[in-house]
Design a protein around this ligand. Structure first.
Ligand code: SAM
Ligand code: SF4
Length: 324
């Protein structure tokens, strides 16, 4: 439990800061500040952190990045995590572009759930936003559906001027596959030239727009996994849509249950605050697990009551490095 009485049992692990896409809101154009190989945690170091976290009561883990599927040992990492006592659920956040070949081996290795980012369906809009090919992402999504992951979701970052016209087609596409689509407010986590604050589009505005065509029926008791989304069903189609209003929802942080480990081994109590605790130095200094456990406890004490996105927050490094 943290100082605010929240149960923190979910650790998001950025297993690489590298990515095969270049999303406007995530990675600055021409970004070259990659972790150097010696700085990135090895899989043995990541597994040690997972063991310590599980010993402290963390039960849910998610591999993210950067793009976690560019890391070559990702299947072995999942398999090894599966064998750690206390690890109940393992999830993955991915852009989906490498999922077509990896969906089945990851499931077999013990991955429970997959969230795939999909910001547009039209190839042009997808390319403008991510730099990549939507066909690859769709092939990955279909492969994961065929394999049969539990609680799979699609995620779309709302971007005024870039993907408003994509929202309805995305909802239909997700519903056609039996998946919920979560619409996420843009967070100021990365300074990029391709995007400024005028691209912010609130979930309230999108809900109003959707209501012009059909009723949104709240699904208040629906919690798919442990995320912060509020879910609604579209009355006519039955499509399930989640809204994540990190910037505009009052008390958004009251139910926060997570901390993050960056690709270079910093334990980060809050995405929207700069504070980090260096685990890598400890991991490499020969310190025993008691020392790591003490740092986890310190991070829990330091976890702020709320993010600082609407105040002082200045991105010190891009989202890929922190782990979205
Ligand atoms: N590469 C994977 C992916 O795209 O899903 C995992 C890493 S990505 C950083 C994790 C999630 O963070 C994605 O859903 C992405 O859309 C989201 N994200 C990245 N930058 C964001 C921002 N500035 N605001 C809101 N969400 C963001
Ligand atoms: Fe890569 Fe994911 Fe960031 Fe897009 S959101 S640049 S796919 S890490």
């Amino acid at each position: 439990m943290d100082a605010c009485g929240r149960i923190i049992d979910y650790l998001r692990l950025s297993i690489t800061d590298r990515c095969n896409e270049r999303c406007l809101y995530c990675m600055p154009e021409g970004y070259c500040g990659w972790e150097q190989t010696p700085d990135a945690l090895t899989s043995e170091e990541i597994l040690r952190v997972v063991r310590v976290a599980a010993g402290l009561g963390f039960r849910k883990f998610r591999l993210t990045g950067g793009e976690p599927l560019v890391r070559r040992d990702v299947v072995e990492l999942v398999r090894a995590m599966r064998g750690i006592p206390g690890v109940e659920r393992i999830g993955l956040s991915t852009n989906g572009t490498r999922l077509a070949t990896l969906a089945a081996p990851l499931r077999e290795a013990g991955l429970d759930t997959v969230n795939v980012s999909l910001d547009a369906l039209s190839p042009e809009a997808y390319r403008r936003i991510t730099g990549g090919r939507v066909e690859s992402a769709i092939a990955g999504i279909r492969a994961a559906v065929a394999v049969g992951y539990e609680r799979m979701k699609l995620n779309t970052v709302l971007l005024r001027g870039h993907n408003e016209a994509e929202i309805r087609p995305l909802i239909r596409f997700a519903a056609g596959l039996g998946l919920p689509l979560r619409l996420i407010e843009l967070m100021p986590v990365t300074e990029t030239e391709g995007l400024d604050e005028t691209a912010f589009l609130s979930v309230a505005e999108v809900m109003d727009e959707l209501r012009r065509e059909e009723e949104l029926i709240p699904a208040p008791n629906l919690r798919l996994g442990h995320g912060p989304a509020k879910y609604f069903r579209l009355a006519r189609t039955g499509a399930l849509v989640g809204f994540i209003g990190a910037l505009t929802t009052p008390h958004f942080c009251d139910t926060c249950n997570r901390m993050r480990l960056t690709a270079d081994g910093q334990l980060r109590p809050c995405l929207g605050n700069d504070g980090e605790i260096d685990l890598r130095a400890l991991l490499r200094s020969g310190t025993g697990n008691a020392g790591l456990t003490a740092q986890f406890r310190a991070a829990l004490r330091q976890k702020p009551a709320r993010h600082a996105f609407c105040g002082e927050y200045a991105p010190c490094r891009p989202m890929t490095a922190i782990g979205g």
